[in-house]
Ligand binder design. Structure first.
Ligand code: GFB
Length: 310
């Protein structure tokens, strides 16, 4: 159980997820946060990570650091998505296990489930079928992370747990037009089209895939609850349980950004998984549910983009 004075290491504290976890912990009065930027600690360097843990002795660890990106980045840089994530996970989880960390939360992803998983996806469908090819490299790394946490629990009694978030959005996301996920990618493209008065905006793929979107502040709330209340080798989903098509998302993004032109679809770009909505019965049973309404969260994220990136 986290106490106000607990030494908590948020790995990846500048990213979308890590920054939300740090915000939430500070709101809750946890002052002893250990954060180490890329320049201070290379998380792919197992020796450096081991030294950091020996010196700092974090009691609790949120492992939110990862090489991440959208559908195009995943298929363009498969080697980085596989190798960097394997290195980061192994370094951090192993150092935590060896240096007396009381509890660690590992972040997976909904893409670890089979491409043809029964929807909404229950946790027991892990490894029940082949993966979606566009992000299989990232998925395999994340599955290895889940297994490492489970193996350390079985063999060394280490209290690691693995949470599987759905597609996320919010402040501090990567808004790079090519490498980002769909929400930051679309917000930027629609915003720029509005400013330039473009008659049409192009959205990747057919528009028919469905995605579930969770605001990262809702995720952070869930992760703190799991750190305090969940201690089991079984993975646990974190999502909303609801999804929309990419075409519907494009319509909402047009409304939020105030873009009034046409929306076109570029079917030469990949669609990825047809659908991946999570079953969230397990985390609901612990008393958690998402609070942030999608349009409100999206409008707030758009404001953040205008203030910080544009
Ligand atoms: O968010 P996204 O890149 O990732 O794409 P995945 C979701 C859907 O949005 C795909 C479509 O069907 C895309 O073709 N899309 C439309 C766009 N316009 C855009 C755009 O401008 N940018 C992007 N990026 N997509 C990810 C994995 O898969 O899911 C990650 O690649 C991670 O590894 C994440 O697991 C949760 O949902 O397809």
């Amino acid at each position: 159980m986290l106490k106000p004075e607990s030494r908590i290491f948020v790995a990846g504290h500048r990213g979308l997820v890590g920054s939300a976890i740090s915000r939430r912990l500070r709101e809750l009065g946890h002052g002893a946060l250990l954060e180490a930027g890329r320049e201070a600690l290379d998380l792919t360097d197992a020796v450096a990570v081991s030294d950091f843990f020996e010196k700092e002795r974090p009691e609790f660890v949120f492992l939110a650091a990862a090489k991440v990106g959208g559908i195009l980045a995943n298929s363009t840089y498969p080697a980085e998505f596989l190798a960097q994530n394997l290195r980061i996970q192994d370094a951090v989880i192993t150092a935590a296990m060896r240096n007396g960390t009381e509890k660690l939360v590992f972040l997976g992803s909904s893409c670890i489930y089979p491409r043809d998983a029964v929807q909404p996806i229950t946790e027991d469908q892990l490894l029940a079928g082949p993966l979606e090819p566009t992000n299989q490299w990232y998925a395999i790394a994340k599955i290895a992370g889940i297994k490492l946490v489970q193996a350390y629990r079985q063999q060394h009694d280490f209290a690691g747990i693995a949470a599987m978030p759905t597609n996320l959005y919010g402040p501090n996301d990567n808004f790079d037009p090519e490498g980002s996920h769909v929400i930051p990618g679309m917000l930027r493209r629609f915003h720029e089209a509005k400013l330039s008065g473009a008659p049409s905006v192009t959205v990747w793929g057919s528009g028919t895939p469905k995605r579930e979107f969770l605001h990262v502040d809702d995720l952070a709330d869930a992760l703190v609850l799991l750190m305090n209340r969940y201690d089991n080798s079984e993975i646990i989903n974190v999502g909303t349980g609801e999804d929309i098509t990419i075409a519907e998302l494009a319509q909402i993004v047009a409304e939020v950004t105030g873009y009034a032109g046409e929306i076109a679809f570029d079917t030469s770009k990949p669609d990825g998984a047809p659908r991946k909505v999570l079953n969230i019965d397990k985390i609901r049973a612990l008393g958690w549910q998402p609070k942030i309404d999608f349009r409100t969260g999206l409008a707030e994220t758009y404001r953040w983009y205008c203030d910080h990136v544009d």
